[in-house]
Design a protein around this ligand. Structure first.
Ligand SMILES: [Zn+2]
Length: 243
């Protein structure tokens, strides 16, 4: 039987405006970071949850490891980044969330001591109580790098926030992803798609029709709702030694 955590309480929360569970959720999650490798990753992987959390009063930040420098054919890194920053700003405006840029380069994401320290510092400064990022087994090396950096920050910050992994284009990018948490996004999926459509250079309709739309429906079938996003919760033991 699938475990349903407080995030999945959203499904029932939407049926009432002032349930004890909603009060608990609001007090539990005051600030959430959604950290993706590229400008369209947070939106496509978890946009429905981002919007839902924002609607429930949580401070939601869309964090981009890179600015999509390698993501537009025929454009220089600087030209592509400028275009994609605008697209992300539009998407964040649709979702009503803030954006934050880490400053790595698309296709060249680094995992080293400096980058570990940088991610730790960013998360420490934002002081979230929940963070979502890429599932680490992924065909895109930037996604893998992003996941490792966030996981390391989570350890270095002594598990001071809850950590969840999201899936990206499962079957082509995310691999071996078996979710243990679901969020019913039936009420926010349309707005999520509107945000995705802001990524005009990334064939957004194809992203929805061929990948994330079917994933939302499949996860919805698993969770018995119209559309859902699925996550893996990072578990830990209090006796763990942080290194
Ligand atoms: Zn990506």
């Amino acid at each position: 039987m699938k475990k349903i955590i407080c995030l999945a309480f959203f499904a029932s929360l939407l049926m009432a405006t002032a349930t004890p569970a909603m009060a608990q959720l609001k007090s539990t999650y005051k600030k959430a970071l959604f950290i993706g490798a590229h400008p369209d990753d947070p939106e496509t992987c978890a946009g429905g949850t981002m919007i839902l959390m924002k609607q429930l009063g949580c401070d939601v930040v869309s964090v981009y490891l890179t600015a999509g420098e390698s993501g537009i054919a025929g454009k220089s890194h600087d030209e592509a980044a400028a275009i994609r920053r605008v697209e992300s700003a539009d998407a964040c405006a649709v979702m009503g969330v803030r954006s934050l840029w880490v400053g790595q380069i698309d296709g060249y994401a680094e995992v080293n001591l400096e980058r570990y320290a940088q991610m730790k510092k960013i998360i420490e400064q934002e002081h979230p109580d929940v963070v979502f990022t890429h599932w680490p087994i992924d065909s895109h090396r930037d996604h893998r790098a992003c996941s490792l950096l966030v996981y390391d920050a989570w350890r270095q910050l002594d598990h001071s926030f809850e950590l969840y992994y999201f899936e990206a284009m499962t079957g082509m990018q995310s691999m071996n992803f078996t979710p243990d948490e679901y969020v019913d996004i039936s009420t926010t999926v349309d707005l999520k798609h509107k945000a995705i459509m802001c990524h005009r250079t990334q064939e957004p309709q194809e992203l929805i029709d061929d990948w994330h739309g079917p994933m939302e429906k499949m996860r919805g079938n698993e969770f018995q709702c119209r559309a859902a996003e699925a996550f893996v919760h990072q578990r830990w033991r209090t006796s763990e030694i942080v290194k």
